[in-house]
Design a protein around this ligand. Structure first.
Ligand code: NAD
Ligand code: TYD
Length: 356
């Protein structure tokens, strides 16, 4: 048996593929376009692993996906591929529409044709056991007030950024392919991830990398926006669990029960770096914090209620925020070559962190 993963050279997809192949003999076909966010260096440990089949390509290329499905006959397709950064979606939404909406649509079309061609003669046949798992975000639910209850799976969709709107559209397509065609889909909506191999354009890795480089730590607005944070390996274990036991057509929220204001995250990172790699002048990294102009339309609070996943499938995160953030800071301290590489060339050219 084989699974097909899309976007497996990005942050979460690569962590998923690395974990999968460390725990299972089942091969992975990894389809990734290698945008600025896709990095083969992250997959270097798999270079000589015959169970990892990497294909550079676009999920919107239906002919390519058709041929991969026909050739490898996967028992599941897991869709991680996306444009994922909110700030980029504000500056340049087009790629988000193309990959997250059109790309997911083309992928669904290819998967639907493949699934229809599978044998269909018992409850355990390939057609009945096939799964399409779509990886999505809590941002589709919009923004919460300070005392609102956390998002459940039945919260209405109110996406506010081009990124979250494009993910919401893709979630709706996935839902429609189940409702209309019976495609056996699963959707996960997860909160903010952090951990190894996270591109230093997102809050946590950007703060670590900027702090170590002696650069300002740009906090948007008043820094009191709240996110729920989940260690990436816990997201990967949730996806494995949903793939294994989730009910088709169902949505599962994934979260870490770790709501934190951004400024607390930044101060925690500074405190860890003060301990693990003190600044030469012995003052705190907090001296580098710089409040900057806010992100337009900035969602104030996300909070996820992951109790359905715990109750129905027995999943719980293994890391607390304290253990996960320490591991993450240590990972960045030990992997400066990876950081230097992703910050070079085209990637560096494309990064802009502040609004004017
Ligand atoms: P990422 O930006 O780090 O990686 C995305 C990967 O997809 C890259 O390797 C990129 O090359 C690839 N890709 C982009 N367009 C493609 C295309 N058209 N065809 C094939 N490959 C393409 O993203 P991530 O943080 O790893 O997020 C993965 C998924 O999880 C996304 O769907 C995202 O919406 C979702 N998600 C992310 C978070 C988070 O905190 N990062 C939280 C919840 C959900
Ligand atoms: P980010 O990591 O971009 O994830 P998302 O926008 O998908 O939640 O941002 C997390 C939070 O951190 C968000 O409220 C925006 C804020 N932020 C900053 O304050 N400064 C920064 O430089 C970045 C990148 C984000």
């Amino acid at each position: 048996m084989t699974i097909l993963v899309t976007g497996g050279a990005g942050f979460i997809g690569a962590n998923f593929v690395l974990d999968w192949l460390a725990q299972s003999d089942e091969p992975v076909v990894n389809l990734d376009k290698l945008t600025y966010a896709g990095n083969l260096e992250t997959l270097a440990p798999l270079q000589n692993n015959p169970r990892h089949i990497f294909v550079q390509g676009d999920i919107a290329d239906k002919a390519l996906v058709d041929s991969l499905l026909a050739q490898h006959q996967p028992r599941a397709v897991l869709n991680f591929a996306a444009e994922s950064h909110v700030d980029r979606s504000i500056r340049s939404p087009e790629d988000f529409i193309q990959t997250n909406i059109v790309g997911t649509f083309r992928l669904l079309e290819a998967v639907r044709a493949y699934w229809n061609s599978l044998p269909n003669d018992s409850e355990q046949d390939d057609k009945s056991t096939f799964r399409f798992l779509h990886v999505s975000t809590d941002e589709v639910y919009g923004s919460l007030g300070a005392t609102d209850p956390a998002f459940t799976e039945t919260h209405r969709y109110e996406p506010n950024s081009p990124y979250s709107a494009s993910k919401a559209a893709s979630d709706h397509l996935v839902r429609a392919y189940h409702h209309t065609y019976g495609l056996p889909v699963l959707t996960t909506n997860c909160s903010n991830n952090y951990g190894p191999y996270h591109f230093p354009e997102k809050l946590i890795p950007l703060m670590i990398v900027n702090a170590l480089a002696g650069k300002p730590l740009p906090v948007y607005g008043d820094g009191m926006q709240v996110r729920d944070w989940l260690y990436v390996k816990d997201h990967c274990s949730a996806i494995r669990r949903v793939l294994q036991a989730g009910q088709t057509g169902e949505v599962y929220n994934v979260g870490g029960w770790n709501e934190k204001p951004n400024i607390d995250i930044v101060k925690t990172i500074c405190a860890l770096l003060d301990e693990l790699r003190p600044r030469a002048d012995a003052t705190s990294y907090t001296t580098q914090i710089a409040y900057v102009k806010d992100r337009p339309g900035h969602d104030r609070r996300y909070a996820i209620d992951a109790s359905k996943l715990e109750r129905e499938l027995g999943w719980k995160p293994a890391e607390t925020f304290e253990s996960g953030i320490r591991k993450t800071v240590l990972w960045y301290l030990g992997n400066d070559e990876w950081v230097a590489h992703v910050q070079s060339g085209a990637y560096r050219e494309s990064v802009k962190t502040q609004y004017s």
